[in-house]
Ligand binder design. Structure first.
Ligand SMILES: [Mg+2]
Length: 275
């Protein structure tokens, strides 16, 4: 009984919410998903793949992979900050994290070796990424009602590899996979959102961005007049402004927000037909 009550309360809240946003949903023509930590999850492959790469790569196989991982992980965190503040490029970030880590254990590889290690790590990483069939199914369903695409920061080859590894490369049209390396600008620079809007010939309010980065997937798009849904996996306290269309903890919550308004409309049409 208690369970049922809770269920109906939840539904009542959802229903009110959908009534509220239903009007907005009708305007949305395209959904753009972020890739890293939205469709593909870093925690699923990072540690296991880096360690596997250290254990098997010719330059590092004689070293302790656990110790190396701790060093590499710390160096990576430091360099990610430099990357995010645009002090270094994505290629410099990848080369430096290997060179700096090796320096800490008294080795001096050259850039070619750093690139070789990166390629090796990526091939292992790709193998360790797993599709989420429920999420993939939902995205296929969304495709019946919206144009769908990807908007991601990163290098073209690696981002496409990730999409393939999680089984989404065939679902997204190549024309709607927007990768910063290709475009020449990164989120949250205004140019990248404008490039997308121009390419898809849509008004800003017709495009919804879904992603885990408050800065790149919520603030950036909203500043350009686009819609945003924030994926807040770690349930951290959101800043007060700006206000996204919704905050979700899991991508599957998009079903209620993005599909139910359409399914409800269809149900009313069917009902009217049968009377
Ligand atoms: Mg992300």
């Amino acid at each position: 009984m208690e369970q049922k009550k809770k269920g109906s309360q939840k539904w009542a809240i959802t229903y009110r919410y959908i009534k509220l946003v239903g009007g907005i949903m009708e305007h949305i023509k395209m959904i753009l998903f972020d890739l890293d930590d939205t469709l593909v999850h870093f925690d699923d492959y990072w540690e296991i793949s880096v360690k596997e790469a250290f254990i098997n790569h010719s330059f590092t196989k004689d070293l302790d992979s656990n110790i190396l991982f701790e060093i590499f992980n710390t160096v990576d965190r430091h360099l990610v900050q430099k990357l995010d503040s645009q002090q270094i490029s994505i290629n410099e970030y990848r080369v430096q994290r290997f060179l700096n880590s090796m320096e800490q254990v008294g080795r001096k590889p050259n850039i070619e070796m750093a690139n070789d290690f990166e390629r090796f790590y990526q091939s292992i990483g790709k193998k360790n990424m797993k599709p989420n069939f429920s999420v993939n199914g939902l995205i296929e369903e969304l495709k019946d009602y919206y144009q769908i695409g990807v908007l991601t920061n990163g290098s073209k080859g690696w981002q496409l590899d990730k999409l393939e590894a999680i089984g989404l490369n065939a679902i997204f049209s190549k024309d709607y996979v927007f990768i910063s390396e290709d475009i020449g600008y990164e989120k949250p620079s205004r140019e990248i959102y404008h490039h997308v809007l121009k390419t898809v010939s849509l008004k800003p309010y017709q495009v919804l961005v879904v992603g885990d980065s408050w800065t790149n997937d919520v603030v950036g798009p909203i500043q350009q007049g686009m819609q945003a849904i924030w994926l807040n996996k770690k349930k951290i306290k959101p800043p007060l402004e700006p206000s996204p269309l919704a905050t979700i903890n899991h991508l599957l919550e998009l079903r209620e927000i993005l599909l139910l308004p359409f399914l409800r409309n269809q149900a009313s049409v069917e009902k009217a037909k049968n009377h």
